[in-house]
Write a protein that binds this ligand. Structure first.
Ligand SMILES: NC(=O)c1ccc[n+]([C@@H]2O[C@H](COP(=O)([O-])OP(=O)(O)OC[C@H]3O[C@@H](n4cnc5c(N)ncnc54)[C@H](O)[C@@H]3O)[C@@H](O)[C@H]2O)c1
Ligand SMILES: O=C(O)C(=O)C[C@@H](O)[C@H](O)[C@H](O)COP(=O)(O)O
Ligand SMILES: [Zn+2]
Length: 367
């Protein structure tokens, strides 16, 4: 992994040949004209947002876009993971078609990961692909979901089951938007920040441990570093393996268990980040039972997950139900569930595991 950039540059590049793009990270970007220069040219833009984020930030984004696009339309979606579905996705297509949007129209995803995943999937498929820009407003979206081009909606039987790899033209992370984020959502975002430590960067894990209180009180410098380092690590991984043929799967650490929790409870009861936090604890226990890491390491990360305000024990869905839900995971091959495990601190891999071992983990880690 690349070493942390000691400079003050707040630009991280995703290097993907002719699909390369920059992540701009900073404060005041929504109202900084330079952040919006050089975007794809078109007659129209469509801001996709939701009923919570729209009233907070859509006017600022509109003002930034008006100098560049003759028409700036809006699609305001219902809020929540429960709405990451076909019906809500259709609202984006309805808006694009009813406004007569052509194939150059630029979609701007203003919101968290739910808006980003849906707006991105709509952009990937409208007229077989139109440009889009991610404007993430949650910590989780700034450190993870806005970067790397995974877009999707959920199916009642599984998480993110219908989607596409489709890269944005740019990501604009205005750290100021984090000021209005509810505490529970901030904690959810910290799950994906913590994730980068055990899988890729033990120095970053140490930094998060030392700065967890600063992050929880939204210290601006701490948040800026967390967003930048997370994006650097994700940029490296995605740059090596855009479509998850191998390495990229490490970004799924905690997600095999986590997605089962989300789907098993019905999307929206646990936040994605909460499920991932608990899923990482389960994946660490599996790594320990496979003899890859010791109990001290698993406990160390578990303590950090708890300190971030995230659950460390899963709901009791029953082991059979967990296994059934996890078999739907996109990493499964020929019916075998494959887990992201920690091979050694700072290094992850993907493996199958005997069902009885997984059952022991579930017995240890559920209420
Ligand atoms: N594509 C990827 O690579 C990727 C990566 C990680 C997660 N995801 C997906 O992202 C989703 C989770 O994203 P999320 O945690 O951002 O959830 P979210 O999009 O539901 O946003 C969380 C909540 O915060 C509100 N909100 C957003 N910004 C706000 C702000 N600045 N101030 C006040 N409220 C604000 C939202 O309206 C929502 O109620 C999941 O669906 C997950 O599967 C995708
Ligand atoms: O970018 C990736 O790759 C990830 O796995 C990031 C995850 O945090 C994210 O939740 C992603 O949407 C999960 O991917 P999926 O392929 O398991 O749906
Ligand atoms: Zn995730």
């Amino acid at each position: 992994m690349p070493a942390p950039n000691p400079g003050t540059s707040q630009q991280v590049r995703i290097a993907l040949g002719d699909r390369s793009y920059d992540i701009a990270i900073g404060t005041g970007l929504l109202s900084q004209p330079a952040a919006w220069e050089g975007l794809p040219r078109a007659a129209a833009a469509l801001i996709v947002t939701n009923t919570t984020v729209g009233p907070l930030y859509a006017a600022q984004l509109r003002a930034a876009l008006v100098p560049h696009y003759r028409q700036v339309h809006e699609a305001v979606l219902p809020d929540g993971e429960a709405h990451k579905d076909w019906q809500t996705l259709n609202q984006v297509f309805d808006a694009l078609l009813s406004h007569g949007c052509d194939r150059k129209t630029v979609v701007f995803a203003l919101g968290g990961g739910v808006v980003g995943d849906m707006a991105g999937f709509a952009a990937a498929s409208y007229m077989r692909g139109i440009p889009f820009v991610q404007v993430p407003t949650t910590l989780l979206a700034q450190v993870d979901s806005s970067v790397g081009g995974k877009t999707a909606i959920n199916h009642p039987l599984g998480k993110n089951m219908i989607g596409a790899f489709y890269q944005p033209a740019r990501v604009v992370c205005d750290l100021d938007t984090l000021a209005t984020l509810p505490e529970r959502e901030l904690a959810a975002g910290l799950a994906e920040v913590i994730k980068y430590g055990p899988i890729a960067d033990m120095a970053f894990l140490g930094w998060i441990e030392a700065n967890i209180d600063a992050l929880l009180r939204r210290d601006a410098a701490a948040l800026a570093h967390a967003v930048r380092r997370s994006c650097e690590i994700k940029a490296y991984v995605v740059g090596q393996d855009e479509r998850e043929a191998g390495l990229r799967a490490i970004l799924n650490f905690g997600h095999t268990f986590g997605h089962a929790i989300e789907a098993g409870l019905g999307f929206g009861e646990w936040l994605h980040g909460e499920a991932v936090g608990c899923g990482m604890v389960m994946a660490l226990q599996l790594s320990r039972r496979l003899g890859l890491v010791d109990a001290a390491f698993a406990d160390r990360v578990t303590r950090l997950v708890a300190k971030a305000g995230l659950p460390t024990r899963g709901p009791d869905l029953g082991a059979d139900r967990y296994l059934e839900l996890m078999r739907v995971d996109k990493k499964s091959e020929a019916g075998e569930i494959r887990f992201v495990v920690i091979e050694s601190p700072g290094r992850a891999g993907v493996r199958g595991a005997p069902d009885d071992l997984v059952r022991q983990v579930l017995a240890d880690c559920t209420r």
